[in-house]
Design a protein around this ligand. Structure first.
Ligand SMILES: [Zn+2]
Ligand SMILES: [Zn+2]
Length: 265
C-alpha cells in the first residue's frame, strides 16, 4: 500500500507535502533525473567543452541546461504536488468509493497505486511517480513540453553533424573520451525524450483543450453541454491570463471554475 505524507490543512489553503511511496515509481522518477543530468554532463564534457569554440559552447550549453532545468523543476512539481486527492470520509450520503471510502465527487476516479480517489484523474504516471490530475496537470504538461524541446535541441545539435560525419566515414574526432559511445548515449536519450515528450504533450493538450482527462475518454465520459471552448479550457489549467507564469513550473494556477459534471455516453 503506497503511503503519502500530507500535512494537516484545509484543501486549497495550506500546501500539502505529497509523495507516493511506490518502489517502481520512485525508480522510474529517479531514472528520469539520472538520464537528464547524465545527458547534460556528457554533453558538456564530451561535446561542448572540447569543441574549442566558446560562443558555440556557451550558447548551446546555456540553452540545453535551461531546458533541462525547467524540465526537472516541472518534474519535481508534478511529483510532489497533490494531484487532487479526495479526503477520506467526508459528508454522508451520495456515491462513495468502495476502495478508499471517500465521498466521491463528479469526475474523480480511484487510483490503485495512490490508493485514493483523484479529481480529474488523467492517468498514473510512473515517470513522475504520481497521478496526473486536477492539481498537477500544468506541471506535467510543462514537464513533457520541456522534455520534448530539450530532446529536439539535442537531436539537432548532435544528429545533423553525426549524420554528416557518418556519411564522410569520419565520426566526431573532437571529443576527448569515447566519442562514439557518448554520441550514441546522447542520441538515444534525445530520441527517447523526444518521442516520450512530444507524444505525451500532444495527448495532454488534447485532454486539456477538450476538458476530458484520459481516464474519462477511456471510460466513455464526455463534458456536458456547459463545457467551455478550447481556449477557456486551456486557461482553466494554465491560469486566467496569458503570461510568463503559463510556462513557469514554479507558478501554480488558481482554481478557475467549477466545471460541468460529466455524463456517461
Ligand atoms: Zn477511492
Ligand atoms: Zn495514482
Amino acid at each position: 500500500m503506497p503511503a503519502r505524507v500530507p500535512t494537516p490543512g484545509a484543501p486549497g489553503r495550506a500546501r500539502r507535502v505529497w509523495f507516493v511511496c511506490d518502489v517502481l515509481g520512485v525508480a522510474c522518477a529517479a531514472g528520469t533525473w539520472v538520464l537528464v543530468l547524465g545527458a547534460a554532463g556528457v554533453l558538456l564534457r564530451t561535446r561542448l567543452l572540447p569543441a574549442g569554440d566558446a560562443a558555440y559552447g556557451l550558447a548551446h550549453g546555456a540553452l540545453f541546461h535551461l531546458l533541462a532545468f525547467l524540465a526537472l523543476a516541472a518534474h519535481a512539481r508534478a511529483m510532489l504536488t497533490d494531484p487532487g486527492s479526495v479526503p477520506r470520509g467526508g459528508a454522508p450520503g451520495g456515491p462513495r468509493c468502495a476502495l478508499c471510502g471517500c465521498a466521491r465527487p463528479p469526475r474523480a476516479h480511484h487510483c490503485a497505486v495512490c490508493g485514493r480517489c483523484i479529481r480529474e484523474m488523467d492517468h498514473h504516471c510512473p515517470w513522475v511517480n504520481n497521478c496526473v490530475g486536477e492539481g498537477n496537470r500544468k506541471h506535467f504538461l510543462l514537464f513533457t513540453l520541456y522534455t520534448a524541446l530539450g530532446s529536439l535541441h539535442l537531436l539537432l545539435l548532435l544528429g545533423v553533424p553525426a549524420l554528416r560525419g557518418y556519411a564522410r566515414g569520419d565520426w566526431d574526432s573532437r571529443s576527448t573520451v569515447t566519442p562514439r559511445a557518448s554520441l550514441v548515449f546522447l542520441l538515444l536519450v534525445a530520441l527517447k525524450g523526444f518521442l516520450f515528450g512530444s507524444a505525451m504533450f500532444a495527448a495532454q493538450m488534447r485532454a486539456v483543450c477538450s476538458d476530458r482527462a484520459r481516464t474519462e475518454q477511456l471510460q466513455g465520459e464526455r463534458a456536458g453541454p456547459g463545457g467551455g471552448s478550447k481556449w477557456v479550457n486551456l486557461k482553466a489549467v494554465l491560469g486566467h491570463r496569458p503570461s510568463l507564469a503559463w510556462i513557469s513550473p514554479f507558478a501554480s494556477p488558481r482554481p478557475q471554475r467549477a466545471r460541468a459534471p460529466l455524463r456517461v455516453v
